[in-house]
Design a protein around this ligand. Structure first.
Ligand SMILES: [Zn+2]
Length: 435
């Protein structure tokens, strides 16, 4: 299975329509969430009283329940609409119905929400969270049999309901990359995504339809027998093998000028936003009317997405270097340390880590670990997480002597017993490789 992710270039009308469908999907998700959540609560009370669980409805029953609910809600909106002008409808968010959405998108969101609860019951994940409308990654599902790709465009159903020919063109959204996604083949799980900055389409195809470069690469790959330790820091990421002969160090992306420049702009926009907010407090206008406030808010969100995208791209770059020790040779095993990020970020440690906190947030340890896990599963590489209390940076990599009085500010490790002088992070990485 190979997945394509391509940027879309929708025009203004298409953008509003796509956003509307996404918002409706979130609304549907929250309706189903509330329903299942209330059932789960009832179940818990019942269990305390009688020691028995009530049987939860199946996915099909929930979907049937939702289709009835959807019709009732649509009729309510139509009643409210009757005495309104089009402008008033738009202001009160009544200009779009569940009926205007594609049925496949709604059906899939109900399925996904139901599945998230089931995953909780099987103890595979945490309790699901209710979605918010603002600042979340929005997406919707498209039926793989109804989607059509051409070299330049993708056809998505029901962006325009009209039968007029010039209106039907609205269904065709232009792609940023020409001829990248193969035409006339079977597609799996296509989704349109919006991260607040850009629209994307992701679609999977079978391995036969993957690009040639990828196929050739996959054939050449063979497995080596190196064990690699990874030490993640605020300033850099250092990797090493057991003997310390093959080492790499990646300086953090947050130290580059590119990121620093955007961060500066981010801070400036933040200040300007707060100034506009204070101004509107005095005039007592509602924030929905404040056009300049909304404009800067969008600007800020765009910058945030830009920063995230650059950081994500760097993680992928780092991962490719980590997994391939030489060209086309995979590593055998990866050892990472288990950082207690939650405790570091907790409010009790706030005074201690006043300057560290934002830096820790930017480094995104959680995301790096998640991506490493994902890739290791894909390439079938063994992944080991060191014990939380294993002091990888305090132990000498040569004689295993433990140095207790090591401070965070000491960048170079000096062993008292054997006199080894080594870079602190490299020492930790070698220790992890030998774990
Ligand atoms: Zn030593």
């Amino acid at each position: 299975m190979y997945t394509y992710k391509v940027v879309l270039h929708p025009n203004n009308k298409q953008q509003t329509k796509l956003k509307m469908i996404m918002n409706k999907c979130i609304e549907a998700q929250n309706i189903v969430y509330d329903y299942l959540d209330s059932l789960m609560r009832k179940n818990k009370l019942e269990h305390e009283r009688t020691r028995k669980f009530i049987k939860l409805p199946t996915c099909l029953e929930v979907r049937r329940w939702f289709t009835i609910q959807k019709k009732i809600l649509d009729e309510e909106v139509l009643e409210k609409r009757a005495s309104m002008t089009k402008k008033m409808q738009r202001e009160n968010h009544l200009d779009f119905l569940f009926y205007d959405c594609t049925n496949d998108a709604l059906k899939q969101t109900v399925k996904d929400t139901y599945r998230s609860f089931m995953r909780f019951l099987k103890k595979e994940s945490k309790y699901p969270v209710r979605k918010r409308y603002s600042n979340v990654k929005k997406s919707f599902y498209v039926d793989p049999y109804k989607i059509e790709f051409s070299d330049k465009k993708v056809k998505i159903e029901k962006i325009s309901n009209s039968k007029k020919q010039n209106r039907r063109v609205l269904n065709l959204i232009s792609l940023a990359e020409r001829g990248r996604i193969p035409t006339n083949c079977e597609y799996y799980n296509p989704r349109v995504i919006y991260d607040g900055y850009r629209f994307y389409i992701t679609v999977s195809v079978s391995d036969d339809n993957a690009p040639l470069k990828y196929k050739e690469k996959m054939q050449k790959i063979n497995k080596g027998n190196e064990v690699i330790g990874v030490d993640v820091n605020i300033n850099d990421i250092v990797t090493s093998n057991k003997a310390g002969t093959i080492t790499t160090s990646f300086s953090s992306i947050n130290n580059t000028n590119k990121i620093k420049r955007i961060e500066r702009r981010f801070r400036r926009t933040q200040k300007s936003l707060s100034r506009k907010y204070e101004k509107h407090k005095i005039t007592h206008k509602s924030l929905k009317e404040a056009k300049n406030y909304i404009k800067t808010k969008h600007k800020l969100h765009n910058l945030r997405c830009k920063l995230n995208n650059i950081r994500d791209a760097y993680i992928y770059y780092f991962l490719n270097k980590l997994l391939f020790i030489k060209e086309n040779t995979l590593v055998k095993k990866i050892v990472v340390e288990d950082l207690d990020v939650k405790e570091m970020m907790s409010k009790e440690n706030k005074g201690q880590n006043k300057y560290l906190r934002p830096l820790l947030q930017k480094t995104s340890f959680g995301k790096i670990l998640e991506k490493i896990k994902e890739k290791c599963k894909f390439y079938n590489i063994e992944l080991l997480q060191a014990n939380r209390y294993y002091a990888s940076s305090k132990i000498c990599s040569l004689c295993k002597n433990k140095k207790i009085d090591l401070r965070l500010s000491d960048r170079i490790y000096r062993c008292d017993k054997c006199g080894l002088i080594i870079d602190r992070d490299l020492n930790a990485a070698i220790n992890l490789a030998n774990y």
